[in-house]
Design a protein around this ligand. Structure first.
Ligand code: PLP
Length: 465
């Protein structure tokens, strides 16, 4: 190597990242790169591109956690190599998962206590698939035993999250989703009964409906189904989609009966990464009793050493989120979860009052602790046209980094736009105050600069959570 080359190499090593040769060219975007690159340079390019994603803390559309304690970051780092499926290799991670299932069963008042069966999943969507499949299998077994056909299963729900649409489509089940009505945005016992028949595999109420954030009346629906059974013999099971509410109601509305206190509730799913306060990538499902999980859904695998029970759609899956879930349980307990969530409810109610005072909007849900999740949701006042749409407002707020989604409701209110704010761990009162000031400023802006061509649902980017 010539002396001259050595100089060049030394010079390159000392280069400031942004002065390096590597970064003077545009990076490959869609073709596989030919050559290697200095990790510092590649890292800078990737990290910088992520800046354009928007600031997750200001993303008030998502239900998922965007702030975590430093200890959670450290545990995630320690768990980089933990594969949830390798239960024999990482028996302690598997043990931690099992403890979480028991703690959740306890939190949700499972009578089977220590015998309850359940597992972690990638999120509520996978958990919902498992809960749905268990109901379908159970229904099929009953029908077969009675010599009846099993070709027309249906599922009765209120306005559900997209995961239930997926479940119905992937598994060929007729989804009987109760349409919304101007005065009724949730399922009611009567509307449920109208749709149940001998082909109904189950009824799924949601604790924290995606569109309005409210709780559906689980107990009232269960009582209606009890009456149906007394009158007709039809025994329809319930699964509760507690994606958000499963980690809220036990702490903030402990008297609300929605869980295993109701015998008809056979399984519950929740998202650990929502109000369970874990990092992205964990959900849970718990069955009331081991008998409620049909044997066919359990796989026994022996090629990892040992004979291990495996329930779930995935094979390999990261273990860090599960470990952090356990950390949160130990760290916070019921008391800690209650304090964090109550602070969020308070902030949600404060923002709701402020939005109401502006005078242009009707608050549909104001963050009331026993009626829904820490969030708020509003629409334009009937018959008012302030000269801008909720989509315009959402767009304007983006100039300050806020992501406050405007979207249309499902059938039959699909021509009614609403706007929603999720208040999560880390959205403080102070941040809420700044947001309200920006909302008011945006409205003043529209007064001075009238919108020529108001945005509609078609122009708005989708927010589907
Ligand atoms: C978020 C959500 C889901 C989907 O959960 P993931 O954890 O994102 O898979 C399902 N149902 C409801 C009610 C939700 O809020």
């Amino acid at each position: 190597m010539s002396l001259h080359e050595k100089d060049t190499i030394r010079e390159n090593l000392d280069d400031d990242v942004y002065a390096s040769i590597d970064l003077t060219v545009s990076m490959p975007k869609y073709q596989f790169p030919q050559e290697e690159q200095d990790p510092r340079c590649a890292f800078s390019v990737v990290r910088d591109e992520l800046m354009l994603d928007g600031n997750s803390r200001q993303n008030l559309a998502t239900f998922c956690q965007t702030w975590a304690e430093p200890e959670v970051h450290e545990l995630m780092d320690l768990c980089m190599d933990k594969n949830m499926v390798d239960k024999d290799e990482y028996p302690q991670t598997a043990e931690i998962e099992a403890r979480c299932v028991h703690m959740l069963a306890d939190l949700w008042n499972s009578p089977a206590g220590a015998n309850t069966i359940g597992c972690s999943t990638t999120g509520s969507s996978e958990a919902a698939m498992l809960g749905g499949m268990a109901m379908k299998r159970h229904w099929e077994a009953q029908r077969k035993a009675a010599g009846k056909p099993i070709d027309k299963p249906n599922l009765v729900t209120g306005p559900v999250q997209v995961c239930w649409h997926k479940f119905a489509r992937y598994w060929d089940i007729e989804l009987r989703e109760i349409p919304m009505d101007k005065d009724r945005m949730l399922m009611t016992p009567d509307e449920v009964l109208k749709r149940c028949d001998e082909n109904t595999i189950g009824v799924v109420p949601t604790l924290g409906v995606t569109f309005t954030c409210q709780y559906e009346p689980v107990k009232e629906v269960a009582e209606a189904l009890d009456r149906l059974q007394a009158e007709s013999g039809l025994d329809v099971r319930m699964h509760v989609d507690g994606a958000s509410g499963g980690f809220l109601a036990p702490f903030c509305a402990p008297d609300l009966e929605w869980d295993f206190r109701i015998p008809r509730v056979k399984s519950i799913n929740t998202s650990g990464h929502k109000f369970g306060l874990s990092p992205l990538g964990v959900g849970w499902i718990v069955w009331r009793d081991p008998a409620d999980l049909p044997e066919e859904l359990i796989f026994w695998v022996n090629y990892l050493g040992g004979n291990m029970r495996d329930i779930g759609l995935n094979f390999s899956r990261p273990g860090g989120q599960v470990v952090c879930q356990y950390y949160n349980f130990l760290r916070l307990g019921k008391e800690g979860y209650r304090k964090i969530h109550e602070a969020c409810y308070d902030t949600a109610q404060y923002i709701a009052e402020q939005i109401d005072e502006i005078g242009l909007f009707d608050v549909i849900y104001n963050g009331q602790m026993d009626a829904g999740i820490p969030a708020l949701c509003w629409k334009m006042k009937d018959g008012t046209d302030p000269g801008f749409s909720l989509y315009d407002l959402a767009d304007r707020l983006r100039t300050r980094g806020w992501q406050v989604p405007a979207y249309s409701l499902p059938a039959h209110l699909d021509d009614l736009p609403v706007q929603r704010i999720l208040v999560r761990h880390g959205v403080s009162r102070d941040l809420g105050t700044l947001l309200v000031a920006d909302i008011k400023r945006a409205i003043e802006y529209f007064e001075k600069h009238p919108v020529q061509n108001s945005m509609t649902a078609k122009d708005a980017s989708g927010f589907h959570h």
